[in-house]
Design a binder for this molecule. Sequence first.
Ligand SMILES: C[S@@+](CC[C@H](N)C(=O)[O-])C[C@H]1O[C@@H](n2cnc3c(N)ncnc32)[C@H](O)[C@@H]1O
Length: 346
Amino acid sequence: MTALAAVSSVAYRAQQIALVSACGYVQRVARRVLMREREVFSPEQLADLRRRHRALIARDVANVEAGIYPRALLFQIPFADYARRLPRLAWDVPAMLQRRARGGWRELPRDIDLSRYPPYYRRTFHWQTDGYLSQHSAELYDLGVEFLFGGTADVMRRQALVPLIELAGRDNRPLRILDVGCGTGRTLAQLRRACPRAQLTGVDLSPYYLEVARRETASSPGVELVAANAESLPLPDASFDAVVSVFLFHELPRAARRRVWSEVRRVLKPGGSFVVLDSIQRADARAISYFVDRFAEDMHEPFYRDYLDDDLAAGLEASGFRVSTVSEAYLAKVVTARVPEVASKE
Ligand SMILES: C[S@@+](CC[C@H](N)C(=O)[O-])C[C@H]1O[C@@H](n2cnc3c(N)ncnc32)[C@H](O)[C@@H]1O
């Protein structure tokens, strides 16, 4: 390793420790002051979270040092942009807390046609203003998620890139890759840098989030964005080498989750890969059930409890995929699966 690489790894670790400490501190103070809540986690639980955090950062650095993805990804949090948005997010937090207190999960913008969206989607997920259905929400989302996860949201997301990069191989094959529930495009943007020859497509239900994704990927040719329900993808059969999905399935009811898996299977070529990155689940997370159990109420995630018990690997197998690996990445897990070369009759 060169001296420059060693210095940048140390700088990256320092950045991540500073971010997780600062965000954690602000969250604790905010809970105490705004919600009159005392310490949420015991010292043992905090130690466990810190151990998981260290393991994620070590895995990220190891991926860079193994040449799996570019070092530049370690430093791609847009700090200046987030600093500009911070006052708007801070201004919004009291409104979110009040919405939580009055249970205002139906408080969506009045000037949009809600009938275009499935019932489970018409809600203020995370108690965020306008749910997923406004430019305001789309512009604050990434900052809010990075703050919630102490600067690890993009780090967790890029653990889903690893199997896709391996699939592209050393000669960087021009794969066709679909990101289902791509949101504001954070995974697509990282994928674009890691697999520059891939043709990327992102699908999301929110036209507002796709607008941010369009800006996020504007400088990258070969990224197509489609506003659609992932339960019925407007895409041809067997048209993708790989599909990735990040932080989507915990927000869907079980039946919708299965319909999306069936659509993913349809659009994948025989032998194609499906990489899912989402929250850890009950069976993985016994040790941190204190954390995941709070999430459903705190963040208005009504389908999260069902997700916790709907083991991804078992569900994907039952939906006709062959699961090859399952690994944990801090508060997330990565499941890689394949469509069999010869379609089974299931
Ligand atoms: C928690 S966000 C995750 C977004 C993004 N993948 C990320 O890593 O930040 C869930 C995303 O899934 C989208 N979504 C939810 N249900 C959907 C559906 N049925 N079809 C397409 N997108 C959906 C939402 O609009 C939102 O952008």
